[in-house]
Design a protein around this ligand. Sequence first.
Ligand SMILES: C[S@@+](CC[C@H](N)C(=O)[O-])C[C@H]1O[C@@H](n2cnc3c(N)ncnc32)[C@H](O)[C@@H]1O
Length: 244
Amino acid sequence: MIEIRKIKKVVVIAKSKYLDFLSKFGVGGAHPGGINLTKEIFKSENISTTSHILDVGCGTGQTAAYIAHKYGAKVTGIDINSIMVAKATERMKKKRLPVTIMQGSIEQTLLPANTFDFVISESVLSFVHKASAIKEIFRILKQGGRFIAIEFTINQQLGAKIEEEIKQFYGFDSCFMKKDWIALFEQAGFTNIRIQKNKSISSIPEYHYSKNIEPELYELMETHYDMNLKYKEVLDYRIYTCTK
Ligand SMILES: C[S@@+](CC[C@H](N)C(=O)[O-])C[C@H]1O[C@@H](n2cnc3c(N)ncnc32)[C@H](O)[C@@H]1O
């Protein structure tokens, strides 16, 4: 008898030097609109002290700390990067917040199914294998749970050269338009998908520097700011909310 084994397709995304820069500089609020946009979005969600919330790609933990402090909710943060995890853990300890920070990938977690009332991802999904991560987020949300994402979204198909430059620099495997995100959310089973844009809110990011920062990361920071100027109209984002 022939044994047929299912081999899981593993998509390897180039390691992002940009994420090294964010972690070594300890950039908090590393998403469009920053913490002020986060605060505004949560105002229209039904968060209470009994809510169990997961912050995916929590970075240095700015958002996770805010929700725990403001709403008294039960908050967990997960991030793949050990420097981010250390900085987020230190933040919770300093602020005496009962937030659990764990290291791991949202593409596949050990978290039990149907656990969270809310999952948040702020500028994370573009850096990962999107379909696996969205499927995993759906699995760990409770029935009726809400997924809130602030994610990089292009407004029109890009020329091949520009797209490649952006993908290479940030370590993305693709640049998604609104319709591409919606297709993945629907495929995972999400309903009630709403898309918003709020360009008027901005924040000043915070920094929590590591002791030793390689000179090349300073250069990378400059390139990042140059890219942001050069592709101001291209590097856009949307706020996606949906329900399991
Ligand atoms: C642009 S930063 C955003 C950080 C944070 N959400 C914020 O707004 O400040 C992206 C974060 O996603 C994390 N990340 C990347 N791949 C991940 C994965 N597979 N699973 C979990 N986190 C991941 C990075 O380490 C980084 O902290």
